[in-house]
Design a binder for this molecule. Sequence first.
Ligand code: CTP
Length: 401
Amino acid sequence: MPLAGKNIILGISGGIAAYKMPLLVRLLKKAGANIQVIMTPAAHDFVTPVTLATLSGRPVLTDFIQNKEGLWHNHVALAQWADLMLLAPVTANTLAKMAHGQADNFLLAVYMSAKSPVMVAPAMDVDMYAHPATRQNLQQLQAYGIHLIPATKGELASGLTGYGRLEEPENIYKHILDFFKQKNSLSGKKVLITAGPTYEAIDPVRFIGNHSSGKMGIALAEEAAKRGASVVLVLGPTHLRPANPDIKVLPVTNAEEMFAGVTEHFGTADMAVMAAAVADFTPEKPAEHKIKKGQASLSIPLKPTKDILAYLGTQKKRHQILAGFAMETENETENALAKLKRKNLDLIVLNSLREPQAGFKHDTNKVTIFVKDGRQIDLPLKSKKAVAEDIWSVMESLKTD
Ligand code: CTP
């Protein structure tokens, strides 16, 4: 039984697609999971609690107090019980409340207390799903680290056709199986990641930097943590932070500090991915005071920074897996393969500069992964989160001695 002993909360809100949830409960129960169904009051109009209670083997919860004795259901204890909380179907209304922290029913109070990962599978009419407010709420929830099972395209209850259909229960079930399969694949492993740009001081107010936002490295850190790794993220200057509080963030400013942070942790790491866009040069001697204008021209002497990734390549033990990134403007494959070899890496991720939606600052990326064993994996344009999943799957496939 693939889900034996897993505790899953299924939160149902009030949409037509709620009628499909008994099927999902059956699939999950058959796989060995313990299911606690929570419904919003509106959901009762679409599917009966009696069916869900019978199939799940537990009373369905809707209110904080649900019996004559006035027994209060403890939303915090319930939230802690769960290994996964799934909200399906989730309506535009419940999504909005989740995105804004409104807890005016029992389901939302449990959600806001959840210690476990949370998944949402939205279902609503096509225009509601496409509405900018819904788009923004979904984006916000994803930024909180919530897994989205996107609505699919098809005929909707209104008679309209388009995106807004709840993903089929069989596919939601597959998402859940994948989630638990991946969940512990890195447990017991220590993972070290760099992300973001570095700022090299010219004087007290100016620096040499680059356009990196840190999104790719942060997505890698989130994914590794989701798979159970203990994660240290050495993060250059960016306002972004991982949503998962278990990720240990070490903020740094320049290449030298990044080198120090990385070398402090590499000895005990099992896997390391250097995703930061580290400056290759830094001012030889930053000016002590702000450089004034008034001179005809200005030259700033630069010296090379230490190549952190190349250094780790020289220190790497047989059990450690090391990955880097490459950004090339010409002879991409040759250069990436040369870098893989020169820096003694197990894999290198080549960022495509030809794709307008890929690279710096975007939420999507298009990469090719080159593995030491000769594999070349060309991936289509996808979200940085999905790219991170692929990178970890390849990392996990590598054998260490
Ligand atoms: N990198 C690093 N430390 C540096 C420079 C780069 O750890 N001082 C890492 C990056 O995090 C990335 C990889 O090296 O994983 C590739 O960086 P890139 O700038 O593409 O390559 P370089 O090694 O700098 O080579 P070149 O500039 O010749 O392309």
